[in-house]
Design a protein around this ligand. Structure first.
Ligand code: GLY
Length: 468
C-alpha cells in the first residue's frame, strides 16, 4: 500500500518514518514534506500544488492521491482540516484520516470548543467569549479585581462547567488566559498577569487586527495552575457507526523557550513520552471527566470525526482540566510517541477508517522516548526563534554518532536539497532528535548525546526536556 501524508513538520517526518518501516507499506509520499522526509528510505516529497484553501489545489491533491494509488491519505496539521480537505476527499470516495471541517472546529474555533466542553460536561476552566472590545475589556477588569479578592463579578456567575471544581482553580492574583478564537499559528494565546497586559492583547487582537479574522473574537478563561500533559487518541465517530476512541500513551511538551519553563511561548521545545507523572488516579479522572464526555458529545453532535485528537490537559491534584483540543496529532509529542508505538500506524489508520478501533490491539514498547527540539537561535542581526531568525544555514549531521547514541532525527523547518545533500534550515523549529531509553533519564541522556551529533549556525535548544 502507498500512503500520502500532507504536511511539512517534524510530526509528518515521524509519521513518514514509522510508516516506511512497516512491511505492508510500499511508498510514502509527503506533500510538501521537508529536508528529512525527502531523505528517508521509501519516502518521496511531492510539491504542494498551491494554496490548500483553493479548490484547484484540493483537486490537484486528489489527483496526486489517485496517481500514486494512495490507500490512505493522512493529514498532519490543522490548516488543511479547516480548509475542508477531508470533506472533499470523502465526497470523492478517497480514504483520508482527519475530522471533516465541521468537526475540526474543536480546534479551529476556541469558542466552539469551549461551548462543546460546557454542553457535554467536559471539565475545563470557566470562560467567556467576546466579539466586542469594550465588553471584553470590562470582563478583564472585573477578573483582575475579583482574583485579587474583590467579589465583583465573574466567579459568582453561573455554575462552573464540567460538574464542579474540587480544588478551586483561581487564586488571588491569578493570570487571565486570552485566546484568539481562530487559528493563529501559535500566536493566539496570551497569559496576562496584569490588566495592562490583558488590555494590550485585547487591543492588538480585537482593535488592531494583528491576527486578522482569527482574533476578532476572543475567549477569556481562568488560568489553571498544575502540570501539563498531552494525550493523543485515535477516533472513529461518524453517523451510523458505534463511536470509539483509543487513547495513546501520554506525553509532555515543554512550550517555553528557555530552561526551567522561562521565556516566551513557542510551538514546543521538546517532548517526553510517557509523561513521567500521569498514572493511576489522574488517568482514571481523564477517562471519566474528559474522554468519555467528549466522545458522547461527538456522537450527539453527529460529527464525522475519523482521525486523531489531542487533549491538552492541566492536572491539578489528580483532577484533569481540559485546556484545549487539537484536531490532529501534536507536534512535538508525535516525535516522542510514535517511536514507542509497537503496532503498525498504517493498521491503526485502517482500523479508524473501517470502524474497527474497538478491536484494535494497540501495543506500546516499554520505556520512554525523549525528543528535544533544536531551534534557529540568535545570530548577529537576528534574535532567534520565536522571534525573527535566518534561514538557509547548512545542517551538519554526524550519522555515525547519531546511530551510536541510539537516536534518530526528525526534521521540521528544513529544506530538501536532494538525496545525499545536506539539509538547510528553513524554519524556527528546525528538527528534533528522538531517543528511546529504559526510563526517562536514559532516554534523555541518549537524546542529548544524539543532539550533540547535529550542528548548524545559531543552533539552540533547551537542556531540560523530559525533566519536571
Ligand atoms: N504541542 C502542541 C500542539 O501540537 O499544538
Amino acid at each position: 500500500m502507498n500512503i500520502l501524508i500532507i504536511g511539512s513538520g517534524g510530526r509528518e517526518h515521524a509519521m513518514a518514518w514509522k510508516l516506511a518501516e512497516e512491511p505492508n507499506i510500499d511508498r510514502v509520499y509527503v506533500s510538501p514534506g521537508n529536508g528529512g522526509t525527502g531523505l528517508e528510505e521509501k519516502c518521496e516529497n511531492v510539491p504542494l500544488p498551491g494554496d490548500l484553501r483553493e479548490e484547484k489545489t484540493q483537486e490537484a491533491l486528489m489527483e496526486i492521491a489517485r496517481n500514486i494509488h494512495a490507500g490512505i491519505t493522512v493529514i498532519g496539521p490543522e490548516a488543511p482540516l479547516e480548509a475542508g480537505l477531508v470533506d472533499r476527499f470523502r465526497d470523492n470516495g478517497l480514504p483520508i484520516i482527519g475530522p471533516n471541517r465541521a468537526a475540526s472546529r474543536l480546534e479551529t474555533s476556541k469558542s466552539y470548543a469551549k461551548s462543546f466542553m460546557e454542553k457535554y460536561g467536559v471539565r475545563t476552566s470557566r470562560s467567556r467569549f467576546f466579539t466586542g472590545y469594550e465588553a471584553a475589556l470590562g470582563y478583564a477588569e472585573n477578573y483582575f479585581k475579583d482574583t485579587l479578592g474583590i467579589p465583583t463579578g465573574i466567579r459568582s456567575e453561573g455554575s462552573p462547567p464540567g460538574g464542579g471544581d474540587p480544588a478551586g482553580v483561581t487564586s488571588a492574583g491569578a493570570p487571565l488566559v486570552i485566546k484568539a478564537d481562530g487559528l493563529a499559528a501559535g500566536k493566539g494565546v496570551v497569559i496576562a498577569l496584569t490588566i495592562e497586559e490583558a488590555e494590550a492583547s485585547l487591543r492588538s487582537f480585537m482593535k488592531e487586527g494583528r491576527l486578522g479574522k482569527a482574533g476578532k473574537t476572543v475567549v477569556m478563561e481562568e488560568f489553571v495552575e498544575g502540570r501539563e500533559v498531552s494525550v493523543l487518541a485515535a477516533v472513529s465517530v461518524s453517523p451510523k457507526r458505534a463511536p470509539f476512541m483509543l487513547p495513546f500513551i501520554s506525553a509532555r511538551d515543554h512550550k517555553r523557550r528557555f530552561d526551567g519553563g522561562s521565556g516566551p511561548n513557542t510551538g514546543g521545545m521538546g517532548a517526553i513520552a510517557p509523561a513521567p507523572d500521569f498514572f493511576g488516579a489522574a488517568q482514571q479522572d481523564f477517562a471519566a471527566r474528559i474522554l468519555a464526555p467528549t466522545l458522547r458529545g461527538m456522537e450527539q453532535e453527529g460529527m464525522d470525526y475519523r482521525g486523531f485528537i489531542f487533549f491538552g490537559l492541566m492536572i491539578r491534584e489528580n483532577h484533569c482540566y481540559l485546556l484545549e483540543y487539537n484536531a490532529r496529532l501534536g507536534d512535538p509529542e508525535t516525535q516522542a510517541v510514535l517511536p514507542l508505538m509497537d503496532s503498525n500506524f498504517s493498521d491503526l489508520c485502517l482500523a479508524i477508517l473501517e470502524n474497527r478501533l474497538d478491536r484494535f490491539p494497540l501495543m506500546w514498547k516499554k520505556g520512554a522516548v525523549c525528543a528535544p527540539v533544536a531551534v534557529a537561535g540568535e545570530i548577529p542581526g537576528f534574535p532567534g526563534y520565536p522571534g525573527p531568525y535566518r534561514n538557509g544555514n547548512p545542517i551538519r549531521v554526524d550519522r555515525e554518532r547519531l546511530i551510536h547514541a541510539g537516536a534518530r532525527l526528525f526534521a521540521a523547518g528544513t529544506a530538501y536539497a536532494g538525496k545525499g545533500e545536506e539539509m538547510l534550515t528553513a524554519g524556527g523549529r528546525v528538527l528534533a532528535v528522538s531517543a528511546w531509553g529504559a526510563d526517562g533519564e536514559e532516554a534523555r541522556r541518549r537524546a542529548y548525546e544524539g543532539l550533540a551529533a547535529v550542528s548548524f549556525e545559531g543552533m539552540a535548544f533547551r537542556t531540560d526536556i523530559g525533566r519536571g
